[in-house]
Write a protein that binds this ligand. Structure first.
Ligand SMILES: [Zn+2]
Length: 302
């Protein structure tokens, strides 16, 4: 290496080190995005029944997002092609109807949210039960799913993003207030909260799981969601579901003190009598077109 080349290499190293030091001091980070894939839950629920054969008393809470008619499945896939994760949450109407028919046919007990909360509190869950929930409330709940639920007299709960009602959220058309009001008047229907306007992600992280929202703003958002439901539906919801299932300790503490009796997550798990603080971290299974079979096997297992 010539003297000149050595000098060049030396300068290059200086520049690289300098940049590194500068990045540390200015808080600049290399283009790093938190890896959601690593944290991603395995939605196949493979071997679920076998793994939980010893649990005889428990509740499975089903979480649905969109129930799509065949022609909508294609349209939806095209609209959200940039966000393939959203598609995993779709269930086709035919599959949904078959799932509900199966619950009826096997005489699986379907509880309302209030029944679930009462049994969690009393720690007296006996046998196996199911709770049916929907997040976001897009138009497919009133249009494609509600009728079969009413027909079978299955109670269900839906969680409204009060600040987004009627809007388009990441390609899904959310139901309007009149549609939501109509549903909420039916027996067996529970209306829950899903934040007023904190249902979005920053750098692939649900905003409530970051430090980007102050305690004050979080609480303000929660109060706004209550006020809107009261004004629109004349209801005082007692359940909340975290957007994307990611909890925030401060908000949980506040809500459990002021009005909320149950908080739902999206971690799969069975609600049992022996779990601690179950009311504020109720597990749920995201249902897809494929994974229901695993849960069925457990539900009918003696
Ligand atoms: Zn949601």
């Amino acid at each position: 290496m010539t003297k000149r080349n050595r000098l060049l290499v030396f300068l290059l190293i200086c520049v690289m080190l300098g940049t590194g030091v500068l990045m540390i001091f200015t808080g600049l980070k290399p283009n790093y995005q938190p890896d959601m894939v690593a944290k991603k839950v395995d939605y196949t629920y493979r071997d679920f029944a076998a793994k939980h054969a010893d649990i005889k008393d428990g509740v499975i809470v089903l979480a649905y997002h969109r129930i799509l008619k065949d022609n909508q499945v294609v349209n939806f896939a095209q609209r959200v092609s940039k966000n393939p994760q959203l598609q995993e949450y779709n269930v086709s109407q035919a599959v949904f109807n078959a799932q509900m028919a199966w619950l009826k046919q096997e005489r699986i007990s379907v509880w309302s949210s209030d029944e679930l909360l009462a049994h969690i509190k009393a720690k007296d869950i006996k046998g196996k039960h199911v709770v049916i929930t929907f997040d976001d409330i897009d138009t497919t709940l009133p249009r494609n799913a509600a009728n079969v639920l009413f027909e079978k007299q299955f109670p269900f709960t839906f969680f409204v993003i009060t600040g987004q009602v009627g809007k388009n959220l990441d390609g899904e058309q959310l139901a309007s207030w009149p549609e939501i009001a109509k549903l909420s008047q039916r027996p067996g229907v529970t209306v829950g909260l899903h934040t007023n306007d904190l249902h979005y992600q920053v750098n692939n992280q649900p905003v409530l799981a970051t430090h980007q929202v102050s305690q004050r703003d979080m609480i303000k958002d929660y109060k706004q969601s209550r006020t809107k439901i009261k004004a629109q539906l004349n209801r005082q919801p007692n359940v909340f579901a975290y957007p994307y299932g990611r909890a925030n300790k401060t908000l949980t503490r506040y809500m459990m003190t002021y009005g909320v009796k149950g908080i739902y997550l999206l971690e799969p798990g069975i609600v049992t009598n022996d779990a601690q603080r179950m009311q504020q971290q109720i597990p749920r299974f995201i249902i897809t077109d494929q994974n229901f079979k695993q849960l069925q096997d457990w539900l009918v297992m003696k």
